[in-house]
Write a protein of this length. Structure first.
Length: 435
């Protein structure tokens, strides 16, 4: 095999340090499969150039020699080369307007586009993802944010102050050790009575939620149902050394407008029949972790109007929203934008409908970092590359000059082929209306 692949330097975000192929995987590609691996030099990638060159990859300033180029995030429209194959998170399958110029340029250049997000099995389950690491970093950041916000609210000695933002830990192991230490402190000393019962709510139960819960489970926690959550306020002698976890599924978040029973498949097929049913729980949650998929067809989870009403009543319990999903103006309506790692939080004031970056101000703190897995770049890249590796040889070796139906690609990769020779493939023809 004489295939040549390239690994891009990530340039969409200043703090994007991930890579889709690690040095260990590059070594296997060259040694086991005879694939030439070019690595675009990068001063910020979590794996330094030297680690790639030491395993037989070639560090270069340009990827012109590569026919297949792997990246993580979107690629500038000016960077595409004619007839090449690109593999990255393109964020075009919802017709996202901000990426339509990029897609148009790829079509103009006759490119092939394989999107990681659409690499799925026969049950439509994603095979390659960073989602769990978004949840892991998101929960760490949200606990850190809670500590800083509670300090601003007068709790200067709360145990969460011992935590740092995810990016400041060497790796996931060190971060988990820090959270566990906080958990021990809570178990021994408890939390202030005014914060009781301290509750963390998770929307969704997929990979993102699993990651977030993995961190929360390092604290002295007890899982309860949404129904039990609303009853907690009436209980006496609640222990101050327990944090309550609640997982919300679709049937807790939305209800049928006509009052009939919730039906999951009907909800997916006809979301217009449903409306918000989550507002009853919000006043009882201390930290809300938003971890579920959402698009504009579905009812919002938290609206600005509800927050305004809630805060007008004074002293609301909800302190932090960790919006891991990070849909601007989306399911959490007050998430007006995705934040950056170097400026990760803002305080939203429901009364004025205005955000203020940082921890100070009136209202609720929102943590909505857009590239959370990049705060744990080494661990996230390793897991991602493990999942991607089995497909790289076939992607690199394929003859993209043949008709789409004759492409020799694994089924999961064919499902993810959005563009072939600059044309939208049959499953993605609908995107044409957004261009």
């Amino acid at each position: 095999m004489h295939a040549v692949i390239g690994i891009r330097h990530e340039d969409k975000y200043l703090m994007e340090r991930r890579t889709p192929i690690t040095p260990a995987h590059a070594e296997k590609l060259t040694g086991q499969h005879g694939i030439k691996v070019l690595v675009e030099t990068s001063p910020k990638r979590v794996f330094p150039d030297k680690e790639y060159s030491e395993v037989g990859a070639k560090v270069v300033s340009t990827l012109k020699e590569a026919s297949v180029i792997f990246g993580v995030k979107e690629i500038p429209a000016t960077a595409f080369e004619e007839n090449k194959t690109y593999v990255f998170f393109s964020h075009v399958i919802k017709g996202q307007p901000y990426n339509m110029p990029m897609l148009s340029k790829m079509m103009e250049m006759g490119c092939n586009l394989i999107d990681y997000e659409r690499i799925v099995d026969d049950q439509n389950k994603r095979l390659i993802f960073f989602g769990k690491f978004a949840g892991l970093a998101g929960m760490i950041n949200s606990l850190w944010s809670a500590g800083q916000r509670l300090k601003e609210l007068g709790y200067a000695d709360n145990p969460f102050l011992d935590l740092k933002q995810s990016q400041h830990y060497a790796d996931l192991k060190e971060a988990k050790s820090a959270v566990s230490a906080v958990g021990r402190k809570i178990a021994e000393n408890g939390l202030p009575a005014e914060l009781q019962p301290f509750t963390i709510g998770f929307t969704g139960y997929g990979n993102v939620s699993i990651g977030a819960q993995e961190i929360a489970n390092l604290l002295p926690s007890k899982e309860i149902t949404p129904e039990q959550l609303t009853e907690l306020k009436n209980r006496k002698n609640i222990p101050d050394s327990i944090i309550y976890k609640v997982i919300f599924k679709e049937e807790h978040i939305s209800k049928k407008k006509d009052g009939s029973a919730f039906e999951l498949q009907d909800y997916y097929a006809h979301p217009e029949k449903y409306e918000n049913d989550f507002e009853q729980y919000i006043p009882h949650i201390s930290i809300l972790m938003n971890c579920m998929y959402w698009d504009t067809r579905y009812p919002r989870i938290v609206t600005k109007k509800f927050l305004k009403d809630l805060y007008s009543k004074g002293n609301p319990k909800l302190t932090v929203i960790g919006d891991v999903t990070c849909d601007p103006d989306g399911s959490i309506e007050c998430t007006h934008k995705g934040t950056e790692i170097e400026d990760p939080v803002f305080v939203y004031d429901p009364a004025t409908d205005q955000p203020a970056m940082g921890f100070k101000g009136q209202g609720i703190l929102v943590m909505a970092v857009d590239i959370l897995p990049s705060e744990l770049p080494r661990d996230a890249s390793q897991a991602f590359a493990d999942a991607l590796f089995p497909f790289v040889k076939d992607i690199a070796a394929a003859d993209y000059d043949v008709p789409t139906e004759e492409l020799s690609l694994p089924g999961a990769i064919k499902k993810a082929l959005i563009l072939h020779k600059g044309k939208l493939t049959p499953d993605y023809q609908y995107i044409q209306e957004y261009l």
